[in-house]
Design a protein around this ligand. Structure first.
Ligand code: ADP
Ligand code: MP5
Length: 269
């Protein structure tokens, strides 16, 4: 059984963060583990507040896992401040963690800052050089590459800039542009486009968390980067197509669409 670790924030309503990551790992039939960095109080209407765990507690969780278990892939989500970022980066380096998928979470869909403004430079200098792949959305790519991305050509330019900052592979997600949901990968040499049909729904809570966790799960299973993204893009496309409402605001995607519709064994008496 492949073992995949998420280092991220808890989302009380279960659509994003640690909860989305663990659901995604389960749906990919890998064994999921979690390091909680922050506890958010949030629902489908927004994030009410976020409480960061002390770095000592985060460090103890990471040491507990790596001192005992051989981790096949790591997904990094919400790390809210520069002390947490440097602690996580130092420990992942120390334990020579492999297959690191960095989702540089900055602002929730509802507009709450999940990363302090002054921590962006720490994310760039500490985490980007050690990750296997970084998966920013348009807004995050704009801040990291200092651009104003409007189209696919701009996405390509930003990919190259972020690759120069030290990320081996860069996947910029096009979920926040208009038209099709096209994600662009730069592998240091060339570009790949992963095209999804834009689905008209408000229920996209946790799409970025889910995509990055799926990529980590697929890398752990031994697929190469292009195959891992391609499978994960299919997964998120179906998950969004089957998304649903659970409250008044932005609902979650369906992690387990593949498991539904399976005939229950009938019996006769
Ligand atoms: N309405 C949509 N229809 C189809 N795919 C979407 C839609 N919104 C986002 N996606 C896809 O979901 C994934 C997550 O992207 P995005 O929503 O941009 O990330 P984030 O949650 O980090 O803001 C990407 O593969 C993106 O293309
Ligand atoms: C703990 C946590 N991590 C990540 C997100 C981003 O997800 P979204 O962009 O869908 O709000 C979130 N809302 N909460």
């Amino acid at each position: 059984m492949k073992k995949v670790l998420t280092i991220a924030g808890s989302d009380s309503c279960g659509g994003a963060g640690i909860q989305a990551d663990l659901k995604t790992f389960s749906a990919h039939l890998v064994y999921g583990m979690s390091i909680i960095t922050s506890v958010t109080a949030q629902n489908t209407q927004g994030v009410i507040d976020a409480y960061d765990l002390p770095v000592e507690v985060i460090e103890k969780q990471i040491r507990a896992i790596f001192n005992d278990i051989n981790v096949d892939a790591v997904k990094i989500g919400m790390l809210s401040n520069s002390r947490i970022i440097s602690t996580v980066a130092d420990l992942l380096k120390f334990y020579r963690a492999k297959n690191i998928v960095l989702d540089p979470v900055m602002i929730s869909k509802s507009g709450f800052k999940l990363l302090k403004d002054d921590a962006i430079s720490s994310l760039i200098s500490n985490l980007i050089p050690i990750c296997t792949i970084i998966t920013p959305n348009i807004h995050e790519a704009n801040l990291i590459a200092q651009m104003d991305i409007k189209n696919i050509d701009d996405m390509k330019k930003a990919c190259r800039i972020i690759n120069d900052l030290g990320a081996r592979y860069v996947l910029i997600k096009g979920g926040h542009l208009n038209d099709d949901a096209i994600d662009v990968l730069f592998d240091g040499k060339g570009y790949y486009q992963f095209k999804g049909n834009r689905i008209k729904t408000k229920n996209t809570h946790g799409t970025g968390c889910t995509l990055s966790s799926a990529i980590a799960a697929n890398l752990a299973k031994g697929f190469d980067i292009v195959e891992s993204i391609s499978k994960s893009k299919n997964y998120i496309q179906n998950a969004i197509e089957n998304s649903f409402s659970i409250g008044l605001g932005v609902g979650p995607v369906d992690h387990f669409y593949e498991f539904r519709g399976v005939e229950v064994i009938k019996y006769e008496r």
